[in-house]
Design a protein around this ligand. Structure first.
Ligand SMILES: *Cc1c(COP(=O)(O)O)cnc(C)c1O
Length: 464
């Protein structure tokens, strides 16, 4: 039985001599009594130090650096619920400004973009995963409507894609759609246009092309895929829409590769998703789903609420959700502008290419992607894994000792025998940091070449 005297807080006590810090924190049941917030805060901070250091996490696409103003805005928006369009109309207004800005960035047709004629069709989400669910549902609904109108069965939908991120596997399973994942051809890093015919049929609700394949950071050839679907329509009448998973590339291509046609400039593209919290530079918890026009988003997926006397269409899997990320996204659009995004990502791409040339010079590696032409990132593989005496997993472990998180993983089917390593260069990962990483890599390689860790340590079968 606790007694109040034993646990009463002494305001003069040192944080680490207060009652709650005398024993391990409760882990399975809630404590009976409250504790002073500054003590609990410090204890949790200490525990969180055991997490990896996000700035050294070169595995993540997600934002790990923020302006102080972003932190302040997030704090100021702590109490704003984005679903309450009526209570927080200005947050709702800012969300729709962001959607319009993205529609114009991704070349939505006039009338559904930034020209002011009509609001763009889209919404914020918790990330690309929720956006993928919504865009996938729109594809499924449209396909079902077409099939029903033609008096045809609508019970076996499929979605055709290359080596997609797990969110598409989730979509397929949660919403009962067959996922037809086209295997990666030897030498390729994603879906190729000529592979489509074997997989697309009358039950295909859509094709997903990826701008920024998660594994290799390259762009799938979106325009070629669209052209192939155009040809297929001419030949056999199948009108299959294209969705672009631009989770990462949606905030890179408009600035670094403005002439690349991957977006609504291609009439075949029905919808696009992107992660605001990846190269959008917003804090974790925001993604975007946009449709080409109203026809691409079936009306019965949209719920209508009244807001400021007008009609506010809402579309989401979540209900309550924080508004701060969306406000921060708008802050970044205003604070950086197109030129700001371009400069940030040009610097990232330059650093990535510089780092790639260092990796190439280390000896044992073959570059898979050198950071030019798609995402600011580098990926490589061991040139001769059979005779190197250590694996990329070993190298990841060595780097981890210095706090670096550099992931190693196998390529997707049918190239899973190839293990690769990948470094993402994002806002906040600077040139000097990459120099230090390269030095640590050279040191680790020397150690591994010399037999440390010994190859007989129980490492067999160890996988990340
Ligand atoms: C990260 C990613 C996703 C999932 O995005 P979240 O914003 O993390 O939900 C989907 N597709 C691709 C290509 C990605 O890189």
């Amino acid at each position: 039985m606790h007694n109040a005297k034993e646990t009463a807080a002494d305001p003069a006590a040192d944080i680490f001599t207060s009652p709650i810090s005398e024993r391990p924190l409760p882990k399975r049941t809630m404590p009976e009594l409250p504790a002073p917030p500054h003590v609990v805060h410090q204890l949790l901070r200490n525990e969180l130090l055991l997490d990896g250091n996000a700035a050294q996490n070169l595995a993540t696409f997600c934002t790990t650096w923020a302006d102080d103003e972003v932190r302040r805005l997030m704090d100021q928006c702590l109490d704003k619920n984005i679903v309450d369009k009526d209570e927080y109309p200005q947050t709702a207004e800012i969300e729709s400004r962001c959607v319009n800005i993205l529609a114009s960035l991704w070349h939505a047709p006039l009338g559904s973009g930034g020209d002011g004629a009509e609001p763009a069709v889209g919404c914020s989400t918790t990330g690309s995963s929720e956006a993928a669910m919504l865009c996938g549902l729109a594809l499924k609904w449209r396909w079902r409507d077409r099939r029903r109108a033609a008096g045809l069965p609508a019970d076996r939908p499929n979605l055709v894609c290359g080596p997609v991120q797990v969110c598409w596997e989730k979509f397929a399973r949660y919403f009962d759609v067959e996922l037809r994942q086209v295997p990666v051809e030897s030498g390729a890093t994603g879906l190729q246009a000529h592979q489509l015919r074997e997989y697309v049929d009358e039950n295909t609700i859509g094709v997903v092309a990826i701008l920024g394949v998660t594994y290799t950071c390259t762009y799938e050839p979106v325009a070629e895929i669209a052209a192939e679907l155009d040809r297929m329509q001419t030949e056999n009448g199948l009108d299959v829409p294209l969705h672009i998973d631009a989770a990462s590339g949606g905030f890179i291509a408009p600035f670094l590769h403005p002439d690349l046609e991957w977006d609504f400039r291609l009439p075949r593209v029905a919808s696009i998703n992107a992660s605001g919290h990846k190269y959008g530079m917003a804090p974790l918890g925001v993604g975007w789903a946009l449709w080409r026009d109203k026809a691409a988003l079936p009306d019965d997926l949209v719920f209508h609420v009244d807001y400021l006397g007008g009609d506010m269409p809402t579309l989401a899997l979540n209900f309550s959700r924080p508004g701060g990320q969306v406000v921060a996204q708008y802050f970044l659009f205003l604070r950086l502008g197109r030129e700001g995004y371009r400069r940030v990502y040009q610097a990232c791409a330059d650093s990535a290419q510089h780092f790639a040339s260092q990796v190439a010079g280390m000896g044992p590696f073959t570059l898979l992607y050198d950071g030019a032409g798609a995402l600011p990132a580098v990926s490589w593989t061991l040139t001769d894994p059979g005779s190197t005496g250590w694996s990329l997993y070993d190298l990841s472990d060595q780097l981890r000792m210095r706090g670096w998180q550099v992931p190693s993983y196998p390529l997707p089917p049918d190239r899973q025998e190839t293990v690769i390593q990948r470094v993402l260069v994002r806002h906040g990962v600077d040139r000097d940091e990459l120099e230090l990483l390269a030095e640590d890599m050279r040191r680790a390689i020397k150690r591994l070449d010399a037999g440390h860790p010994p190859s007989d340590s129980a490492r067999v079968g160890f996988h990340h």
